[in-house]
Write a protein that binds this ligand. Structure first.
Ligand code: PEP
Length: 255
């Protein structure tokens, strides 16, 4: 069976009103709903998830979350659990985004979230990536360790519920130093696949690998074609339905 390209929009803490979120989702759905070769996922702020979910019809565009807590319920003021998100219809959850690691999320906590997500039947979008590149290639070891620690305890039969997004921190967001090149992404997509093969043998190949960092409507096709990834994690550009629609359409045309 042909695997669809997976394009995930991470809306971060935008937009400021539910009304705008609904309007953006509806506009994106108009395009995504027509594309047979793309699985679109929108990850709005947590508070909008269940409202946006009401606009989902069919499978071509679904809803995910940007973060969640690993315990099912309990005295965790201000937190929302993965199980709760699953119960309101979120199907994906981003774990280990660099903006969360930057505010203190450890590899250990990320591993707990991965395990809880798998248990709740969610698809986990595990983000990995280095802060900077060094000429000796220490960053490659760093990424390998991030993957090993995050997947500790994940069983072979659970691997189809894991997606790994390579997001070099230096190439993400409006403070990006410079965009990554498709070759930069290719190097790490190969590393990720090799690490998965070391951990799980050929079963590791069911894990989809994505690229994320300053993707826009002009470079999306290049990353997909040249970096041997199965899709993209898109931040800023996913908030503009016109630009995101172009990204989705270009992914749909790549065989
Ligand atoms: C992200 O934060 O996940 C991301 C990829 O951001 P951007 O596309 O804006 O660089």
């Amino acid at each position: 069976m042909k695997i669809k390209k997976l394009i995930i929009g991470n809306w971060k803490m935008y937009p400021a009103s539910l009304k705008d979120a609904k309007a953006k989702f509806t506009a994106i759905k108009k395009v995504a709903g027509k594309l047979a070769n793309v699985q679109t996922v929108i990850c709005p702020p947590l508070v909008y998830v269940s409202e946006i979910k009401k606009f989902v019809s069919g499978r071509r565009i679904v809803v995910g979350a940007q973060n969640a807590w690993f315990e099912t319920e309990g005295a965790f003021t201000g937190e929302v659990s993965i199980a709760m998100l699953a119960s309101v219809g979120a199907e994906y959850v981003i774990v280990g985004h660099s903006e969360r690691r930057a505010i203190g999320e450890s590899d250990e906590l990320i591993n707990k979230k991965v395990l809880a997500g798998v248990k709740a039947g969610m698809t986990i979008v595990l983000c990995v990536g280095e802060r900077e590149r060094d000429p000796d290639g220490v960053y490659l070891k760093f990424i390998t360790e991030q993957i090993k620690e995050a997947l500790h305890g994940v069983q072979k039969k659970e691997l189809k519920k894991i997606v790994i997004a390579y997001e070099p921190i230096w190439a993400i967001g409006k403070n990006a130093i410079h965009p990554a090149s498709p070759d930069d992404a290719l190097e790490v997509s190969i590393l990720i696949k090799r690490t998965l093969a070391d951990l799980y043998g050929k079963d590791g190949s069911v894990i989809q690998v994505l690229y994320g960092g300053s993707v826009d409507s002009k470079n999306a096709w290049e990353f997909i074609l040249k970096s041997q990834v199965n899709g993209l994690l898109v931040g800023r550009a996913s908030l503009d339905p016109k630009i995101f629609g172009e990204i989705l359409k270009s992914a749909d045309t790549i065989k």
